[in-house]
Design a protein around this ligand. Sequence first.
Ligand code: NA7
Length: 560
Amino acid sequence: MSQTQDESTTRSQPQRVDVLVVGMGFAGMYILYCLRQRGLTARAFEAGSDVGGTWYWNRYPGARVDVDSVQYSYNFSDELTQEWEWSEKFCAQPELLRYASFVADKFDLRRDAKFNTRVTSAAFDKETNLWTLETDQGDVATAPYCIMATGSLSTPYKPPYPGIDDFAGDWYHTGTWPHEEVSFAGKRVGIIGTGSTGIQAIPVVAEEGNHLTVFQRTAQYTTPARNRPMSPDEQREFNEHRDEWIREMYHTFNAMTGYPLPTKSIHDDSPEERRDFFEKRWEIGGMPQAMLATYKGVNVDMETNTVVADFVRDKIREIVKDPEVAERLCPPTDMPIGSKRPPIDTDYYETFNRDNVSLVDIKKTPIERFTEKGIKTADAEYELDAIIFATGFDAMTGSLLAIDIQTSDGSSLKQAWSDGPNSFLGLMVAGLPNLFTINGPGSPSVKANMIVMIEHHTDWIMDLIDYLAANDLNRVEADEDAQSNWVEHAREVAEATLMPVADSWYVGSNIPGKKRVYMPYFGGFEKYWKLCVEIAADGYRGFKLSRSGTKEAPPSVAAE
Ligand code: NA7
């Protein structure tokens, strides 16, 4: 594994660069690339031992992307596009990690990063106009700007069941999966959680394990991915028309293309016509839009939503042979389809027809504790050799709040977010100058193609840094009023839809005590990026730009 060379930095001799970067996932890598292009110096810190972020940590069985791989790719370098070929429509984690590594090698990105190093605090000094990062390895680095590329789903959540230390077998969390091979052959395995992750892992673990017990709290809607190999012709065709695709992606709701928008209302078709239409879409499969974008209004109108959701429930009853198990797998009727993060799957429902798979409803009979032998629910004890937590993440805010972020005048992220994740455009938080968040709450982020969002946010921040330099300015901060208006707008947009209805990580309800707020911006990617561009063209309307009184000290240590 490549590991950057590193000369440790200490408090007496902090490393001084132009921009600090936290995280070396797909965002951190692109940021370093952009900074290098501009001749700016950078220092990045990454907790993992290499690049890849989400795809570095999530090595669980069945992990794969659920946006078409060709669209889940960087767009910034035509050369990179031409050099890389994806093997499948929805590639598996090892290939995504190889892609990240290929990009890091090609652009020599590891040079400015220190791995195996977690940032613990970020402090802004208003006198010197510098952010100082400290890490768990004792590093200290400073810069006028700091970019948080910490990922939206990077703080794993494990419910604090009593007795975990008593369990004699092995347990794993999907978000911190070991690097070594994990074999479930001949083992009795339990998995807790049936979100996107559980739905990917369950069919694969069922193939390998002796017996798999699925502990389900809420049944999810999932639709067929119909994953398949990518032919070289397909890749060539995509590469030749890449520019058109990119243009198209920028003019969509979720920065993805290839899935036609619905043109009809459910009232335009008879029940039989609807059924035929749904059947066709179910056969084609693909990204969740294949089913969600069948009729207009699925995200806002419960009647339309229920028609689609009922089709999926009927499919479950058709696929799953045991009627009782099928009913248990049917999502509740008051949970709109698409309001939890919609997964796609390969043989998820079919897996429950296997003799070696059983399903436990832990809403009815909750898990009480772990025991030496396995898991004890309200009515039984399940003997297990291994347990997998597929219980998700403290999404969107967890990784940022894990860092002690504050300024010399007493502002802190913790305080700024005490009543929910307030942010202007998901890019900056009022009171925290020169600190940027990639895919922060209040941006389309997880409701859009993350790679396109990363490139858009990074380009926007780079333009802003250029603008400040060109205008002899060195400080930018979100205006309180602009931020409040944005937060209110984002709230109104979400509340006009069915999106906040379900309990989900989108609203933070999976984390005990977390304030319930629909965190992503649901106004659509196209509308959002156009607004960001317009704000920039308007002299960064809603941001306070200034020159700090103190002249910056010259760099004490040149970046390598
Ligand atoms: P999710 O989507 O948050 O799913 C977590 C699952 O774990 C879900 O089924 C939860 O049930 C279940 N869960 C969570 N906490 C508990 C407790 N305390 N007890 C029992 N069951 C629990 O996480 P994923 O990792 O699947 O996916 C995260 C994202 O990664 C995904 O959406 C993609 O964007 C990639 P619940 O539904 O809350 O009742």
